[in-house]
Design a protein around this ligand. Structure first.
Ligand code: NAD
Ligand code: IPM
Ligand code: MN
Length: 344
């Protein structure tokens, strides 16, 4: 019989609230014969205050043994900025080689976005997940003086770029529109930018059916708002991808709907699924967080593990719920409604 061993890291703030709803929907959608085993890891601000630990090696080792990881969000105003983000979330992405950070954006029918008309938005950002300015390659000199200097050097390897670019081409090839856009800033960041563009062009020769495009990241933000229909698959570096996907969420009905997967395509390590949003301290503990992004992330998780029919049921449930949303509902009311739809 089938089974799923799932690691759950609710984390901080609304992470706790939205993960509870994600698990509710997961239990509701799985058929009887699938044995779901979840193990919760208490990581985040509370743990750090109590023990000073972010992600001890022993737990990293335990996490490795699961089929997948579901994460809520990390980060809390009571912890210095970066401690949990780097020490927990980025540590997981790097340790488990999550080099494909998949962030789909779709304007669901009936969802009122901020853009005029009803633009046909359905694209996926393939964000590089293990390199760029995120690697921690920097430092500061003369700290605390008026002469302080800080560097944050972006790391880009041909190996790292090529593997994520290849993944993006394969995804573009498999979609009906077969279009891939590289987003970078090679008019200024000439070292990294040209390496990305050269590899993008070279790999593209193997995909004659995929139409390609290049945009500087600043111009890309214009088109996300004025012509979002033009995008199908986008490939970009770690930091550009971070920023673009919050914008993508905003134009498709809000950050409460945006799902993501941190994928280790080879399957050597567990992939990790999480909403794009953070711990939202401004609304935490009030039952105001929209759990839909987490529920859709559970859908991505199921698709990744081969539970295609169940993933489709989740997507259909979200689509149906979004089409009818009107009055404001609490986090658990939305979770209940989605759980009822996937079960029924
Ligand atoms: P955020 O995404 O937490 O919040 C931005 C805004 O969006 C806030 O107004 C928040 O209330 C709103 N929002 C977010 N999720 C929502 C939801 N599900 N439903 C309704 N509204 C929602 O970003 P931030 O404020 O920049 O960061 C807060 C903390 O989260 C920081 O510590 C940051 O480092 C961390 N963070 C973590 C992750 C992650 O764990 N993947 C992602 C982003 C930010
Ligand atoms: C995200 C977040 C993270 C990122 C932070 C919290 C490290 O903003 O998942 O989008 O920048 O990748
Ligand atoms: Mn982000």
């Amino acid at each position: 019989s089938r089974s799923i061993s799932l690691a759950v890291i609710p984390g901080d703030g609304i992470g706790q609230e939205v993960v509870a709803e994600g698990l509710k929907v997961l239990s509701a959608v799985l058929p009887q014969d699938v044995k779901l085993e979840t193990k919760e890891y208490s990581l985040g601000a509370k743990r750090w205050h109590e023990t000073g630990e972010t992600l001890p090696d022993a737990e990293l080792e335990q996490l490795k043994a699961h089929d997948a990881i579901l994460l809520g969000a990390v980060g809390d105003p009571s912890v210095p900025s970066g401690v949990l983000e780097r020490g927990l979330l980025l540590k997981l992405r790097f340790a488990f080689d999550h080099h494909v950070n998949l962030r789909p954006s779709r304007l669901f029918p009936g969802v009122k976005g901020p853009l005029a008309g009803e633009p046909d938005i359905d694209f996926v950002v393939v964000r590089e997940g293990t390199e760029g300015p995120y690697v921690g390659n920097g430092g500061s000199l003369r700290t605390g003086t008026p002469q302080e200097v800080a560097t944050e050097v972006s790391l880009n390897t041909a190996f790292g770029i090529e593997r994520v670019v290849r993944d993006a081409y394969a995804r573009a090839q498999a979609r009906p529109r077969r279009k891939l856009t590289l987003v970078h800033k090679n008019n200024v960041l000439v070292h990294a930018g040209h390496l990305w563009k050269n590899i993008f062009d070279r790999v593209g020769e193997e995909y004659p059916e995929v139409a390609t495009d290049y945009l500087h990241v600043d111009a890309a933000t214009i088109f996300f708002v004025t012509q979002p229909e033009r995008f199908d698959v986008i490939v970009t570096d770690n930091l550009f991808g971070d920023i673009l996907t919050d914008l993508a969420a905003a134009v498709t009905g809000g950050i409460g709907l945006a799902a993501s997967g941190n994928i280790n395509p080879g399957g050597e390590f567990p992939s990790m699924f999480e909403p794009v949003h953070g711990s939202a301290p401004d609304i935490a503990g009030q039952g105001k967080a929209d759990p839909t992004a987490t529920v859709l992330s559970v859908g991505m998780l199921l698709r990744h593990l081969g539970y295609t029919a169940e993933a489709e049921r989740i997507e259909a449930a979200v689509a149906a719920d979004l089409a009818e949303r009107s009055a404001a509902r609490s986090t658990s009311e939305i979770g209940d409604a989605l759980a009822a739809r996937v079960a029924g």
